[in-house]
Design a binder for this molecule. Structure first.
Ligand SMILES: O=C(O)c1ccccc1NCC(=O)[C@H](O)[C@H](O)COP(=O)(O)O
Length: 218
């Protein structure tokens, strides 16, 4: 018997990425709306990709400090299940987005030290899920998707009142250890399953998901 870890593959840009994610058994497919990212998709591209995502795989739109106009445009055109807020959105903004758009909101919080872990408690009160990600390195161009990990021991004894997902520098080689140390039941990966920024690899996606199937002793 194995633990049923739910996996999110983020930053899909091509129809073959959607097929790879579905074939491998991921639970979430993420689309990045952030023009500076090599994984950025236009609303039109995202709509074409999202309609190919099979029922049972949740479609996530990742935005960074998006205003209502951008969220209106995305949610009107793209069939979505979750909005992921990956900027410096305040708890108040998380609540506003939840009520205005009627979709569950996952708030990403960057972690580097104990102080950041405290911020997770605040967001757990207002978001539907929290994404516990590595804080971006200084001078990074992107607020996420940087392929860096944080010290997982910072959250090893922590639990929140909402579902949460571990992210940051996960790969097929380290994801089992990350799950064992943190107790995560959901994990998120982007650069760890790519051959180049924005180019996912179907074989590595399979390996990653296989590596999350941690055997349980009965
Ligand atoms: O992936 C991006 O390009 C990106 C751009 C702007 C904000 C967030 C972004 N990615 C966030 C994710 O959800 C990633 O999956 C998460 O940060 C983990 O990334 P990685 O360390 O590359 O696995």
């Amino acid at each position: 018997m194995t633990l049923g870890i739910r996996v999110k593959i983020c930053g899909l840009t091509r129809p073959e990425d959607v097929s790879a994610v579905a074939d491998a058994g991921a639970a979430y497919a993420g689309f990045v709306f952030f023009p500076k990212s090599p994984r950025n998709v236009t609303i039109e591209q995202a709509r074409h990709l999202a309609v190919e995502v099979p029922v049972g795989v949740a479609k996530v739109a990742l935005v960074v400090n998006a205003d209502d106009a951008l969220l209106d445009a995305i949610t009107a055109a793209v069939p979505l299940d979750i909005l992921q807020l990956h900027g410096s959105e305040s708890p108040k903004r998380v609540s506003e987005v939840r009520s205005r758009f009627g979709l569950p909101v996952m708030k990403a919080v960057g972690v580097a030290d104990q102080e950041d872990v405290a911020a997770l408690d605040l967001y757990a009160e207002v978001a539907d899920q929290i994404l516990v990600d590595a804080k971006p390195p200084k001078n990074a161009d992107l607020p996420g998707g940087n392929g860096v990990s944080f010290d997982w021991r910072l959250i090893s004894a922590r639990r929140w009142s909402k579902p949460w997902m571990l992210a940051g520098g996960l790969t097929p080689d380290n994801v089992a250890e990350a799950i064992a140390l943190t107790g995560a039941k959901q994990v998120d990966v982007s650069s760890g399953v790519e051959t180049a920024p924005g180019v996912k690899d179907a074989g590595v996606i399979q390996e990653f998901i296989q590596a999350t199937r941690v055997p349980v002793k009965l």
